[in-house]
Ligand binder design. Structure first.
Ligand code: ATP
Ligand code: LTN
Length: 333
């Protein structure tokens, strides 16, 4: 009997800084859960990160730390393919090919490009512009069915689908057309300093983000200072984006619904609620932080995992690259 192929999951994170609660609850927590049912591949996307200037020594450290964090979060490197994007040259190769099947106009419409070129006006480089094509290559190389991400990546996923469909129409079925997997309640965790903005790794205000490696005191202090409205009731509503954001975080940690949270904090003020969110977050991150410290201090284990991950990633993507190369008319040796 033919074995039924498990669905393939692919996702990535940039090693630009320590992951924050937005990355964790918006996306990475689903990476861990999905391992049970699917064939997963997860990548530290170092090539993407240099679209913004990085300090080399710091970037190297961030790549190792991000990789160690994935394992500490519960991603099993024996079960899933965990690798550093730059360790598999097929990503850059497929990206070049796909860039010839992506229109200038399509890339000009990408909001992340527009945002980042405003933010880094002195360095609007070609990589920043073609960033989404590399992301499409990441996903399509592994024939991914589903891509768990936050809402900010939805537009890039749509472009990926368009590129895949265009290529398939021109050359016959080559790529699986992927679906995004976005969990509504945590699709956009907001900055603690400005609830109208998303929590972002590149935010310069340290009080805007809680990273998954922050200690308990820091977490408590940041939640205490989180910007909310001048009211006092813990509930959703117009002008209460700050409180709603904290409710999303609390809900993600405790698996409680908004209704349950409103009931739990009836008659209590923002101070009590913020302290409860801080405690719950700190408690939930503690086991991961302990595992992280063990893994990051074991350099040979990390290197072994990275090497095996790179080999498995290459093996899993080789056929797609060969197929694409043949279809466009290259000679494959
Ligand atoms: P940067 O600020 O450097 O662009 P980032 O904080 O957006 O980084 P990424 O590495 O680009 O982080 O994203 C990793 C994953 O986390 C993606 O799936 C992204 O959609 C998700 N994500 C990022 N920020 C948030 C957020 N505030 N809420 C929910 N998901 C998020
Ligand atoms: N572009 C994403 C990171 C990323 C990604 C991917 C996510 C690069 N390649 C492939 C999912 C699948 C970001 O900026 N958050």
């Amino acid at each position: 009997m033919e074995e039924i192929r498990k669905k393939r999951i692919f996702s990535g994170i940039q090693p630009t800084n320590t992951p924050h609660l937005g990355n964790y609850f918006g996306s990475m927590i689903n990476w861990v859960k999905m391992q049970e049912e699917y064939d997963c591949a997860y990548s530290i996307v170092d090539l993407h990160s240099i679209t913004v200037r990085q300090d080399p020594a710091r970037l190297r450290r961030q790549i190792s730390e991000s990789y160690a964090l994935l394992i500490a979060m519960g991603i099993d490197p024996e079960k899933s393919i965990v690798f550093v994007q730059g360790h598999n040259p097929a990503h850059a190769q497929l990206s070049w090919i796909l860039s010839c099947y992506t229109q200038f106009g399509e890339l000009s419409r990408m909001t992340q490009f527009k945002d980042k070129s405003q933010k880094h006006a002195d360095n609007i480089n070609g990589g920043l512009f073609t960033y989404p094509v590399l992301m499409a290559a990441d996903i399509l190389l592994y024939q991914a069915d589903v891509v768990p991400v936050g809402i900010d990546q939805k537009q890039h996923l749509e472009l990926t689908r368009n590129i895949a469909e265009r290529f398939n129409n021109l050359y016959g079925e080559t790529f699986t057309v992927p679906e995004p997997y976005i969990v509504k309640s945590t699709q956009k965790i907001a900055s603690l300093a400005d609830p109208t903005k998303k929590m972002s790794k590149s935010d310069e205000n340290p009080n805007a983000t809680v990273t998954v490696l922050d200690d308990r005191d820091t977490i408590m202090r940041k939640f205490k200072r989180a910007v909310t409205d001048s009211g006092s009731e813990v509930r959703r509503g117009e002008g209460k984006e700050g409180i709603e954001n904290l409710m999303s975080v609390y809900g993600a940690v405790t698996e409680k619904t908004f209704d349950e949270i409103e009931k739990e904090f009836e008659g209590k003020g923002y101070g009590d609620f913020k302290a409860a969110v801080g405690e719950a977050v700190a408690d939930s991150l503690l086991p991961m932080q302990e595992r992280f410290r063990q893994i990051i201090s074991d350099k040979s284990y990390l290197e072994k995992c990275m090497k095996e991950g790179a080999e498995r990633a290459y093996a899993a993507s080789r056929r797609t690259l060969q197929k694409v190369s043949k279809r466009v008319g290259f000679i494959v040796l």
